[in-house]
Write a protein that binds this ligand. Structure first.
Ligand SMILES: [Zn+2]
Length: 698
């Protein structure tokens, strides 16, 4: 009898493994049989996702059941470690879906997203709220002092335990039921927010058909608008969109005040037009549910909940920090507004400066003061050259080499793929996707199709990283020529990419706190305009001439120009985020009223709008920056101070400092405590001084 059972088990194991090796006609369910195991984009169809997701949910359920039904006493290996490795298929599919849905979406993907959001939410809750599983995790956690764990294992154990508690595992059955409902509704609202926003962004176009309406616009900008019109079958006209590379130059240069107002109003009213894509009720509901959820879990507010795991720890700390910078920056912004009004008056304009005038007049003042504008520098920032520049910096700092590959599947023709190596050894794959299109959401980001880790047997898994921007497109007769700011954005996202590429951890799933993850990205921005770096990459796209020293000098002098505005519009958005998420009662908000009152409280001047108004603030409603938009300037304290570590040696490529930065920060990902990691790199915690100096706010 015994023998027979054993035979049957062996037979079924063999059968199971045959099934695994057998080719499925759904490519998402097969091993990716491509160079470096990148997703086989050419084979993946939208219709593959749903069945793959359902299979992946089942697979993880089975893995979780195996953990729960294990008769052995719970320990690190049979519970924490194996749990960390569960859901590999789901993770694999989720990463492909998430990346495609952000960078190259379509109606089918959006439908699947709407359909899968509540099912995914239920699946996560089935795991997070499973009491038997939680009791096993808790028992390992309660015995943690007796276990001989290394630092990464300790962090994994603590994070796993806290994640369960923060997901509601310790709640009563009734509260758990309530939580499930909230989570499900939230997941659907977040999807709705993003889909409304994409529709609103694509829905507005400023179409011009008279030459005189182009007054003030540089040739390059006009060509871009003509190319855009052509691509929309409106040959002979000029089209400006709400995408930043199209909108900003128009606001900077157009002499036509009414058209500037029209375009900018289109932008800042996104999601607030009382139409079918209006986001006000969506975010009012999200806010309310987030408060309810946080209170259910025992927190005063959503911000208290979210910040507990961040470097800042409490909302009070964030408000205090933002307040300090606000106080330093507001007088500077006021002075900038006064200078613009003075120019308007001097020119005989009989009107008050409005938000849609800011770019135009600041550009004029900048030009008069520094004899510099974007059109002077664009020819030196051809996108391929800028990428060469960032690769050069990564090579000098970390010894990385980037080789273009054309034999690797990609999800869109605009994608450029690079193999990253060090001393001839494979490090990872980097995909770069730079131009706006209706299927791509706005902004810039970095993600992974596969993150670095070691598999359950300790074998290295190399990362496949994707970097997405919305940069100036090539036009009919010019390559993509970037503004200095766009070049900086490329370096920024590349910094995230390096963090992923140089990650050297064991377990999957550790995440870097929001208010630390911008350190690796923002530190890269410090190299972009360094003369030593510019002379390598900033070459005129036609003549090959290196950017003249005189322009470099102007760029340097102008780098602190308009910093009052830049700081205040950013801080206003950060404070708006905090105001929503520091609410301690689940109230029904009137969004316009709440936004106005929140901004008035800090004395935001009328001439400046928050960088994101509520109805299109994707970071905090759709993305992962809820009660976290402050992170960028929080991290600037870190990156300004960290870059000083290079400067102090007199060599911005100092290899010892770079090696320490890689060892203590980049390679550790989310596997350590951020402040401890920073101190290990720098020897001390940073102060706010370098930040204020950097922005000229001292
Ligand atoms: Zn970033």
């Amino acid at each position: 009898m015994k023998k027979l059972t054993l035979l049957m088990i062996i037979a079924s194991v063999i059968f199971a493994s045959c099934m695994q090796n057998e080719k499925n006609d759904n490519p998402l369910l097969n091993d990716f049989d491509t160079p470096f195991g990148v997703p086989p984009f050419d084979l993946i169809k939208a219709s593959h996702f749903k069945p793959a997701y359902l299979k992946a949910f089942d697979e993880q359920k089975a893995e979780i059941n195996a953990i729960i039904n294990n008769p052995e006493e719970p320990d690190f290996n049979n519970t924490i470690k194996i749990l960390a490795y569960s859901g590999e298929l789901l993770n694999k599919i989720g990463r492909v879906f998430g990346s495609l849905n952000s960078a190259n979406t379509n109606d089918s993907l959006q439908t699947i997203n709407r359909e899968m959001a509540p099912i995914s939410s239920r699946h996560r809750d089935d795991i997070n709220l499973n009491d038997t599983l939680f009791q096993r995790v808790k028992s390992v956690y309660d015995n943690r002092d007796e276990l001989k764990l290394n630092d990464e294992e300790k962090k994994l154990l603590e994070d796993t335990y806290k994640d369960f508690v923060r997901s509601g595992a310790a709640l009563s059955p009734e509260s758990k039921e309530k939580l499930r409902k909230i989570n499900e509704e939230l997941s659907m609202l977040q999807v709705k927010f993003g889909q409304n926003l994409l529709a609103e962004t694509n829905g507005f176009k400023l179409i011009l058909d008279k030459k005189e309406e182009l007054s003030g616009l540089p040739d390059g900008v006009i060509e871009q608008a003509a190319s855009m019109a052509k691509s929309l079958n409106m040959e002979g006209k000029w089209v400006f969109t709400l995408q930043v590379p199209s909108m900003t130059p128009f606001l900077q240069y157009s002499d036509n005040r009414d058209l500037r107002e029209k375009l900018f109003t289109g932008y800042f009213m996104k999601g607030d037009n009382d139409n079918e894509y209006d986001n006000k009720s969506v975010i009012a509901r999200i806010t309310k549910l987030r408060v309810e959820r946080s209170k259910l879990l025992g927190y005063k507010s959503f911000a208290d909940f979210a910040l507990e795991r961040n470097m800042a720890k409490t909302p009070e700390k964030v408000f205090e920090f933002l307040g300090q910078v606000w106080t330093a920056a507001l007088p500077v912004a006021n002075a900038e507004a006064a200078a613009q009004q003075e120019l308007i008056n001097r020119e005989g304009g009989k009107f008050k400066l409005e938000p849609w005038d800011w770019w135009y007049y600041s550009e004029k003042i900048k030009k008069a003061k520094y004899d510099l504008d974007d059109e002077i520098t664009r020819p030196y920032f051809k996108i391929d050259n800028v990428m060469e520049g960032m690769f050069y910096v990564a090579n000098r700092l970390y010894g990385l080499t980037f080789t273009k590959r054309t034999d690797i599947p990609k999800y869109h023709p605009d994608v450029n793929t690079f193999e990253v190596t060090r001393n001839g050894k494979h490090v990872g794959i980097l995909m770069i996707d730079n131009y706006p299109r209706p299927s791509k959401r706005g902004g810039a980001w970095c993600g992974t199709f596969r993150s670095q880790k070691r598999d359950i047997d300790g074998k290295m898994i190399y990362p496949v990283v994707t970097m997405v921007t919305n940069s100036t497109m090539p036009s009919t007769d010019k390559p993509s020529l970037l503004t200095a700011l766009e070049a900086e954005t490329l370096f920024h996202e590349f910094g995230h990419a390096l963090n992923n590429l140089l990650s050297n951890i064991t377990y999957p799933g550790s995440s870097i706190p929001r208010d630390f993850v911008e350190l690796p990205s923002q530190i890269m921005e410090h190299w972009v305009l360094e003369p030593e770096v510019l002379k390598v990459y900033a070459k005129h796209y036609q003549t090959g001439e290196v950017i003249p020293l005189e322009i470099v000098d102007k760029l340097d002098k102008a780098s602190k120009f308009n910093m009052g505005f830049t700081t205040i519009e950013y801080l206003a958005a950060s404070l708006l985020d905090m105001e929503y998420h520091a609410l301690t009662e689940p109230v029904d908000l009137d969004i316009r009223d709440f936004e106005n009152k929140s901004m008035a409280k800090y004395g935001l001047i009328n001439e400046i709008k928050p960088r994101y108004r509520s109805t299109y603030f994707n970071h905090i409603w759709g993305g992962g920056y809820s009660a976290g938009y402050y992170s960028y300037i929080w991290c600037e304290v870190l990156d300004s101070d960290a870059f000083q570590a290079f400067r102090e040696t007199g060599d911005i490529f100092n290899s010892e400092v770079a090696a320490r930065f890689e060892k203590e920060i980049l390679s550790k990902g989310g596997s350590g405590d951020p402040l401890a990691m920073y101190i290990a790199f720098r020897g001390k915690a940073p102060g706010i001084e370098a930040l204020l100096e950097n922005r000229g706010l001292k």
